[in-house]
Design a protein around this ligand. Structure first.
Ligand code: AMP
Ligand code: MG
Length: 319
């Protein structure tokens, strides 16, 4: 049975025994295992039903430990690590030879970050090995932002969820790769483009569709509720279109009034994109459990974290 617990020493014991444990981070909950344990890493992929071609993110306790994972640190990678770690930025860099191929899907690069969560930082400090941790959800479903979300997903399939409360950022890390030492955004996420550009200057975006070159197009649907979800810049029009259905509405900052709406969640009454991002997945989880016919999601402003929220909503609407 899954145990939701705050006991870090219990998580340490399970991880040393090559078991897997769900852990809190500031972005979403992760499903963690020792990066050097083939048994643990295989269990992560199997539990998530994640295809092996989709690599995992390595979590380390400090900027200093980066040199135990990667072979070479471009200047702008060091600048980003110093500026944002601990925090929701993942760097994809050339791996050291001893980093297992299972973690990197056979690539010669590895994704790595220092998470900004006191419980998981304490856990990492007590362990002698880094943790590989993809999001703690079945492959392509909505990411978990509370211990209860994880328990609902995995019930008896994992032994422990280390409880660190609700995730503060609420969407996944921004992933940055390097080509000729220049940073490139591979996945939009919890650190805004504007914040990154303030540190390293103008940055190119190749917001990959969670695909590897050998598996084009397969992973466009991601972060998705079971309920049909549509994204719109005209909420009233969409309400009209689905007026004979049970509608759940997911909006940014202002309430819509219509008898056709069965349920409505406003993500941030003050119009804060940060607050909206932190509540996005929990809102999708809630709406997905309300026996609705359709979730109508309002498109967000196209700047700051609004861009990252739109990216996740787009993937949630793919069928
Ligand atoms: P998740 O932890 O579930 O958010 O997924 C981790 C994501 O990190 C993967 O889906 C990839 O998009 C990305 N990633 C991990 N390792 C690499 C790598 N070596 N090169 C490019 N992208 C990577
Ligand atoms: Mg994921």
């Amino acid at each position: 049975m899954t145990i939701i617990s705050k006991d870090i020493s219990k998580a340490v014991a399970l991880l040393i025994a090559e078991d897997i444990v769900a852990i809190p981070t500031e972005t979403v909950y992760g499903l963690a295992g020792n990066i050097y344990s083939e048994k643990a890493i295989k269990a992560i992929f199997e539990t998530k039903k994640r295809p092996f071609f989709n690599p995992l993110i390595v979590h380390i306790p400090s900027v200093d430990s980066l040199s135990t994972i990667v072979d070479y640190i471009p200047k702008k990678a060091q600048l980003l690590a110093d500026a944002f770690w601990p925090g929701p930025i993942t760097l994809v860099l050339k791996k050291l030879q001893n980093i297992p191929d299972l973690i990197t899907a056979g690539k010669d690069t590895v994704a790595v970050r220092v998470p900004n969560h006191p419980v998981t930082l304490e856990l990492l400090n007590q362990l002698k090995f880094p943790l590989a941790a993809p999001s703690a959800n079945p492959f392509s479903s909505i990411s978990p932002t509370t211990a209860e979300h994880v328990e609902t997903y995995f019930k008896d399939n994992i032994k422990m969820v280390l409880d660190g409360g609700a995730c503060k950022s609420g969407i996944e890390s921004t992933i940055i790769g390097f080509e000729n030492d220049e940073p490139i955004i591979y996945r939009l996420g919890s650190t805004s483009i504007e914040a990154i550009e303030a540190v390293v200057g103008t940055i190119q975006i190749k917001n990959k569709k969670e695909v590897t070159p050998d598996a084009p197009g397969m992973l466009e649907r991601h972060y998705a509720p079971k309920t049909i979800t549509v994204l719109t810049d005209n909420v009233l029009d969409s309400i009209k279109k689905y007026s004979d259905k049970r509608i759940g509405l997911l909006v940014f900052n202002s309430e819509f009034e219509s008898e056709a709406i069965s349920s409505q969640i406003i993500l941030s009454k003050n119009g804060s994109l940060e607050e909206a991002a932190s509540k996005l997945y929990d809102a999708l989880h809630q709406l997905d459990h309300q026996d609705l016919d359709v979730i109508i999601a309002e498109e967000f402003p196209d700047y700051g974290l609004g861009k990252s929220i739109n990216d996740r909503l787009k993937r949630a609407t793919k069928r």
